[in-house]
Design a binder for this molecule. Sequence first.
Ligand SMILES: [Zn+2]
Length: 485
Amino acid sequence: MGILQTVRCRTAESAGKLSKHVIKFGSGMGKSYPGHLFLRLGSLNCVNYLARKLGIGSIIITGTNGKTTSTKIIILLLAKDADITFNYESNTINAIVTGLLTSKVDLGVFEYGIRDIQNGIPDTVSKIVDPVGVVYTNISREHSQVSGRENPFEEYLKAKQLLSTPMKRGVVICNADDPRTTYIGKNKEQDTKVTYYGLDIDLEDKTPLTGDVFCPLCGGNLVYSKRYLNHRGIYECSECGFNRPEPDIKLVNLSLEKEKWSVGLMGEIYNYPTGKNVKIDFQVQVPAFGVHNLYNLLCAVTTYVSFTPQPMNIEKTIIDTCNALDLSILPPGRFEIFSSGDKWIGMGQGDNGDALKANIQFMMSYFGDELEGNTVFIYTTPDEGEDEIFEDHLISLISLNPRMVHVVPGRESVTAAENYYNILKESLTADFYPLSYEDMDKRIDKIQELVNESSYKYIIVSGCGPEEYMWGNLKSRCKSHEKGS
Ligand SMILES: [Zn+2]
């Protein structure tokens, strides 16, 4: 790097750090503005200058579901053994750079959401941040349109893959049970270390797959001998033989109690800072938070074991962190089960096919066959252009077969909601409430009224909707009603 370039980077660094200090106590801006300012004064190459200051390097977490929860648990674990800087719930290079604007630390831990290639710059981010770890949670169908453009699944997968494509060192961490992240891992094995994590438990997803899952290698049909959560399970391609690799680290011996779950962590994986393999084999207690969060936990543990500079602490750090975990680590829209009088209510965000299905599965792990014939579903719809999300939702709803479905728009378009309702009512008994997005309070009032007046024992409220504004408010209102009644 030339002297002028260095001066430019240093100036940008000082200005960025200063702005981070100044707006530290302000609102949301602190998450990305300093990075924005840095990039305006410096250049993309200057990010590389910042990134090189980290003792060990940066870890970037991406995927469709579970990014934020996995990132938060990774932060809790690594912060016990190392000096770290981090950012979560962020989707831009600005947010990552804001995290890098810090005094000397060992590791940077950054969540990075990528919807498509046009709106994100995954390969550029990877080149300039030069991560030592890229972590994949899972890849599912999400938004079939982004900013009015078609976003086919193949391109979405490609965008995710690009984040690790430039890596020549470090560790790529993949979910072995997800054929898409395994595909990315298999393609990286000749360049760098790849670590696979997966489940080895008795729990099985008995509800049908939302849509066929095709082999990412040859396009053939994938056949599952066991499914843990929708397309995550033990699979093999009937045409080319592409199959689920044996996980290097896995969850075993799961036992479910109403309040706490107990699960074993077992495996031997590569630790990047020491260059040595580390073995783990012990049991932990976690909140009863659903299979999808078991994946988030395993993803976080795998990342922690791969990057802690103090492998001798692993068992104690993981056990202590799990003991202290509670549901507040999960996002405000998280699906929760609570009782009201003699009714049971399961309520929370399920804004893509996979997420809504996980909610139904969570409810089933509590109440099993009792749900049949005794359940009403209040369904908040996706938006215009989100047909694929609706298709996935519909498959899950039909397999649950609730006695009644109340359809309420979840996003902006009421017309789209009505169209989805018209399709849904061909298969299920349903009614529709055309409430506008602008008057969110009315929507929340109506949903609350439907919950209170329902004569069914089990009520599930899920689908699309703004995280805090809708789900956060709705849950706190229904819970305070429960306390008041
Ligand atoms: Zn194949």
